[in-house]
Ligand binder design. Structure first.
Ligand code: NFS
Ligand code: SF4
Length: 627
């Protein structure tokens, strides 16, 4: 059925690595070797360098650091600091987008695309809209969003969207997040030398900090981005390095915040720049994406995805990339030296991500459009600087269908003729399928690549096995791109499902794996699970839905895992969190949270065992519901 296998992907990587005839062109595979074996203390989370009496490491002979902190305190503090780092990254991205929304003008570089969504949010936040200019409303909503970061009193506004049961639980547990920045600061303060040494208190603040991400900063990012650039709707596109075109000017956009990439995408459509590219002998301008910036622009424009996290270096190894422009997060510093091996221009655009070996072009809302055009022009000028000896054209790519925001999913369900034909914008048709057992449940597969496992292999094998067991998959981030590369985002992937679920996919006209966007868009998944629970009349932990990050690596992923668990969704991890050196911490993050929020981590580094555990978990939830 023409799915791309992991073996084929690996063969392509090997070919690119071999044909990159450039001294010094090293990639993560080389560095991973040099870093092996990794430090056991770090891996177990029992190395502390929070103060300069240390570093201290816990061993059987030295069970406490100089200050007296034990393994539980050290592993717990390190863990909470990871969550703070992740929440800061997602949330600051969300704040930046608020600023971009605040900069919008009727004739400005950035404008409001989804007015209806803006008005809905204004209403939700009690911002009067009657007789007001849409841009005045946009500025007020943006400002109200920014206030969520620093308000002195109260908890996050978006919490009101959750089920009543969750809201009460969060309040009772004391994990309803206050101002976003405050939760991050509290986490940093608690973990400063001489403060909290109690692992349970650290885990609780971990949940609250994670909540400030998922139901705060990340949700902010998603909402404001939809208002600015449009709410995603289903689109056809393609994924894998084969989307790079030998005869065209190739520009890669990489990172997370779409403010810069949107300008590049728009500029690449300008007729005069297209003519300019043609005058230089190119057939056109080809924009392709990497990591979550790719997800943002593919969801809204169908821009093709060159690949995910561990493929970023491979993109340059092709020798046909004129320019790689990056914004923030998940950008390998190795792109500096690597781009110097080729003609590729490496452009950094944010003060948050400054990287040696790049040209720094700081993006500003007042000049963004011209800056985007200027970069595209520079890329065109670079087209004839390719070194023919270093060209290695990739060929592999797969068609993909993307763009499944909650709004898009509801719209697809509206189109289904069934007993609920009179009701619109409800998940009831989906719930009926789950109750009937045609679809057993849903799994959200999210997260990164990690060289600790065979990259992409875990994502792809887990997805296939879930489909074979009639479990629908929703996906974001680099997991979504793994699916795209494998050909699993095509409608034809329905052939991997059982007969019942296959028929549902045909009837609704969707692929069995739904691409919901970037990692901040995991907030969409929280709303999806919430609204399914509401339409069903049960609380979230009862719904046969679980989350899975088979190859996670970043601090952001730990923040995500914490809000998913707080939301009541079991989270299956294919990489061990770095707390193994503390029995108490391991207990707290697996079983401890389950007693409080109804969900916890299930950790297994073997993808086959992990997926079986998920299937069993979903079946257990079904049995508990009596379906
Ligand atoms: Ni998520 Fe997206 Fe990818 Fe991981 Fe990085 S790009 S925000 S962190 S590596 S999925
Ligand atoms: Fe060592 Fe305690 Fe300082 Fe950590 S905080 S480095 S355990 S003395």
């Amino acid at each position: 059925n023409n799915f791309t296998t992991v073996e084929q992907m690996e063969a392509e990587t090997a070919r690119l690595r071999e044909c990159a005839a450039c001294s010094g062109a090293e990639t993560w595979e080389d560095r991973k070797k040099a870093q092996t074996p990794s430090c056991k203390f770090g891996e177990d989370g029992v190395c502390c360098r929070i103060c300069s009496m240390g570093p201290c490491r816990i061993t059987p002979k030295a069970p406490r650091g100089i200050c007296g902190a034990d393994a539980n305190a050290i592993a717990g503090r390190n863990y909470l600091r990871m969550i703070a780092g992740g929440t800061a990254a997602h949330s600051d991205h969300g704040r930046e987008i608020c600023h971009t929304l605040h900069s919008t003008k009727k004739d400005g570089h950035y404008q409001v695309k989804d007015e209806a969504k803006l008005l809905r949010l204004a209403k939700e936040w009690d911002i009067p809209t009657e007789g007001k200019d849409i841009y005045d409303i946009a500025h007020e909503v943006a400002l109200a969003g920014m206030m969520e970061y620093g308000k002195p009193f109260g908890t996050q506004r978006f919490l009101n969207r959750a089920t009543d049961e969750r809201q009460k639980l969060w309040n009772d547990l004391g994990i309803a997040p206050r101002a976003i920045d405050r939760e991050i600061a509290t986490a940093m303060h608690m973990t400063h030398m001489g403060n909290t040494a109690d692992a349970e208190a650290l885990v609780m603040q971990g949940l609250r900090t994670g909540m400030a991400d998922g139901w705060g900063g990340s949700m902010m990012g998603t909402e404001m981005t939809d208002i600015l650039f449009g709410t995603p709707m289903p689109k056809d596109t393609e994924g894998d390095l084969g989307v790079l075109e030998k005869d065209m000017v190739n520009i890669i956009v990489h990172g997370h915040d779409p403010a810069m990439s949107e300008m590049i995408v728009v500029a690449a459509e300008d007729k005069d720049l297209l003519d300019y590219a043609r005058s230089k002998g190119a057939k056109g301008i080809n924009i392709a994406g990497l990591c979550c910036t790719a997800n943002e622009v593919t969801m809204r424009h169908g821009v093709r995805m060159a690949g995910n996290f561990l493929q970023q270096e491979n993109a340059l190894l092709t020798g046909i990339v004129e320019m790689i422009t990056v914004d923030v997060q998940c950008i390998f510093p190795s792109l500096g030296p690597l781009s110097e091996c080729f003609h590729t221009k490496f452009i950094t655009t944010s003060p948050i991500a400054r990287i040696p070996g790049s040209t720094y072009v700081e993006f500003h809302p007042e000049t963004a459009r011209e800056q985007g055009r200027d970069l595209v022009r520079q890329a065109i000028d670079n087209f004839d600087k390719r070194d023919p000896a270093k060209i290695c054209v990739p060929t592999r790519k797969q068609p993909a269908r993307v763009g499944y925001s909650c709004e898009a999913i509801l719209k697809e369900l509206n189109g289904v003729t069934n007993s609920h034909v009179d009701e619109r914008d409800t998940y009831k048709p989906l719930i009926d399928c789950i109750k009937a057992g045609v679809i057993r449940g849903a799994v959200a597969i999210v997260g990164c690549n990690n060289p600790k496992v065979r990259p992409d292999h875990s994502h792809i094998e887990i997805m296939k096995k879930l489909l074979a067991n009639d479990i629908i998959v929703i996906t974001t981030g680099c997991a979504a791109q793994a699916a795209a590369k494998a050909g699993l985002l095509r409608k034809e992937a329905k052939d991997l499902c059982g007969a019942g679920m296959k028929r549902v996919c045909e009837l609704v006209g969707i692929p069995p794996i739904l691409h919901m966007g970037s990692c901040v868009d995991i907030s969409r998944m929280m709303l999806l699970a919430t609204d399914i629970a509401k339409d069903w009349g049960i609380d979230i932990p009862q719904v046969p839905v679980v989350g899975c990050a088979p190859e996670w690596m970043s601090e952001k992923a730990v923040a995500i895992a914490n809000y998913v668990v707080s939301t009541g969704i079991d989270t299956y991890l294919g990489i061990e969190p770095q707390v193994k050196g503390s029995v108490q911490m391991m207990e707290l993050i697996t079983e401890g949270t389950r007693k409080l929020t109804g969900a916890g981590y299930i950790i297994n580094t073997n993808p086959d065992t992990l997926v079986q555990a998920m299937i069993d978990g979903i079946e257990a939830k079904r049995a508990a519901l009596g379906i």
